[in-house]
Design a protein around this ligand. Structure first.
Ligand code: AMP
Length: 507
């Protein structure tokens, strides 16, 4: 299966005619496959001129553009390791990443040129800029003058293609190393599972510094020789303008909840689309059902993480079950174990999700101890997600291990209580957290958002839950807020809630 072992061979095998659009920007600018070839060659020549050698890291903090994706390809062609960084990171945060990853080159937005140049110089790296339009900045200027011919550097399946820093909520963010095989094998698995072909047009509104928008979306499109429409962010006006040209959309759950609030969402608006995919955070079963009712499409939910790419997916043909993330993809093994002992558990039992396969990363950059602690001796990666597998082999995510609440010595799984809360009239969504409690160690605490005008009282909520849940699982407090805190990928940030309410029972 040499074809799936490295990204450039995979993309080259799928490459359509050179005038076929690869990326169409919202403003109408088109980068064709032929254009991608030429542009990435020019950029690769600039990288080499600056001393980027195979294995060197290239750190990239730029706005989303076709040229930024071309830079990812340029890094692959030069044998470099692509290191995208969240555009929200401050200079102080960049200092950590650049000190840790020691890139040869840093590419940033022109607005940050000064600060980044100083920082890069201090760490012995060169610095270039790339503007939000993809056409301005020193990288663009130099690339325009460089040769459009480049001899690609050969890479093996175990060579690094990228490092992605995880959005660590505790301690320092860790650099997940991703090999050619990790990314290529997953691109093929997803392309085939989701039936992507050269005829597909993906509506792309995700950021490209995260595994979802970068690898899941872009690698699948490249592996199929398909086309993407690039929107800078989820803007409903733009989504409804481009949906009639799209055959697929990949989103985080907040995309779906936001579009559901728009009166334009209906069967007609989504008639040209064959597939809606959701991931990166749990899609509420209710959102899945509402989407089906309004559009006739069952959203396909899948589960993955930076360290493993995508592990499981609901089927293309067959039941896409609300609230479940589907069975493991072909070639990927997934098991649920006792978090303490590592002993495999029976179907239906809740425990730690562990995965093994060509998709699983080899470890964290320069953190051998951290890496060793997160792998079992037989090669399974301990994901940190708690879940269960049903009799049909479908996986359900119950939450992050660190979100488990231990109250009075009992394990309380937030998801179980959240599911009950979400089903109550007037409740939009909920987050259940553990907060220090003088008697129980941690007190189960529910934070809710409610529909406009809904009367949801703490006493009523507790009275309803009491009929359905054991006493030890009942929240000690139920708090209503306007909005749950989320990160760029739409994940609810429970660490922020735990901080906000840390003195609730002890203050
Ligand atoms: P990241 O590395 O930022 O992609 O975050 C990965 C984490 O997101 C996983 O470990 C899960 O906790 C969560 N996640 C991703 N997809 C899903 C999903 N479909 N349902 C629930 N949680 C998910």
């Amino acid at each position: 299966m040499a074809m799936t072992d490295d990204l450039l061979s995979l993309f080259r095998a799928a490459k359509p005619l050179s005038d076929k659009p690869f990326i169409v920007s919202a403003g109408g600018r088109v980068l064709t496959y032929g254009g991608l070839d030429a542009l990435s060659a020019r950029q690769a020549n600039v990288l080499v001129e600056l001393g980027v050698a195979p294995g060197d890291r290239v750190a990239v903090q730029v706005e989303k553009s076709a040229e930024a994706i071309a830079l990812y390809i340029a890094c692959l062609r030069a044998g470099a390791v692509y290191l995208p960084l969240n555009t929200a990171y401050t200079l102080a945060e960049l200092d950590y990443f650049i000190g840790d990853a020691e890139p040869r080159l840093v590419v940033c937005a022109p607005e940050r040129a000064e600060g980044v140049a100083e920082l890069a110089a201090r760490h012995g790296a060169a610095a270039l800029t790339l503007g939000v339009d993809g056409l301005t900045g020193s990288l663009a200027t130099r690339a325009a003058k460089a040769s459009a011919a480049f001899a690609d550097v050969a890479r093996g399946p175990g060579d690094l293609a990228a490092i992605l820093y995880t959005s660590g909520t505790t301690g320092r963010s860790k650099g997940a190393m991703l090999t050619q095989r990790n990314l290529a094998s997953n691109a093929v698995a997803l392309r085939d599972a989701w039936r992507f072909t050269t005829d597909d047009v993906l509506l792309h509104a995700l950021p490209i510094f995260h595994t979802h928008g970068l690898f899941v979306a872009s690698n699948v499109v490249l592996a199929a020789g398909a086309t993407m429409i690039f929107l800078p962010r989820l803007d409903p006006d733009q989504v409804f303008r481009f949906l009639p040209q799209a055959t697929a959309m990949m989103g985080v759950p907040t995309f779906y909840t936001r579009l559901l609030q728009d009166p334009r969402l209906n069967r007609e608006a989504t008639a040209h689309v064959r597939l809606f995919v959701s991931g990166s955070a749990p899609l509420l079963a209710d959102t899945h059902r509402q989407w089906s009712e309004r559009t006739g499409h069952a959203v396909l939910e899948r589960y993955g993480m930076t360290e493993t790419n995508i592990n499981t997916s609901n089927p293309y043909d067959g039941d896409r079950v609300p609230g479940l993330v589907g069975p493991p993809l072909p070639g990927i093994e997934l098991r649920v174990t006792d978090p303490e002992t590592g002993r495999p558990l029976a179907a239906g039992e809740i425990g730690m999700i562990e995965v093994r396969g060509p998709n699983v990363f080899p470890g964290y950059w320069r953190m051998p101890d951290k890496t060793a602690a997160e792998f079992r001796a037989d090669g399974f990666f301990i994901t940190g997600d708690l879940g269960t597998i049903d009799a049909r082999g479908y996986v359900q995510i119950v939450g992050r291990g660190k979100d488990l609440v231990i109250s009075g010595g009992y394990n309380v799984y937030p998801k179980e209580i959240e599911t009950e809360l979400d089903a109550l009239p007037g409740v939009v969504e909920s987050a259940v957290i553990g907060v220090p409690h003088p008697d129980f160690g941690e007190g189960v605490t529910a934070v809710l958002t409610v529909r406009p005008g809904a009367e949801v009282s703490e006493a009523d909520v507790l009275a309803s839950l009491k009929q359905r849940l054991a006493n030890y699982k009942l929240p000690k407090r139920v708090l209503v807020v306007d909005e749950l805190p989320r990160n760029a990928m739409g994940k609810v940030q429970k660490n922020l809630l735990r901080d906000a309410y840390r003195d609730l029972y002890t203050g």
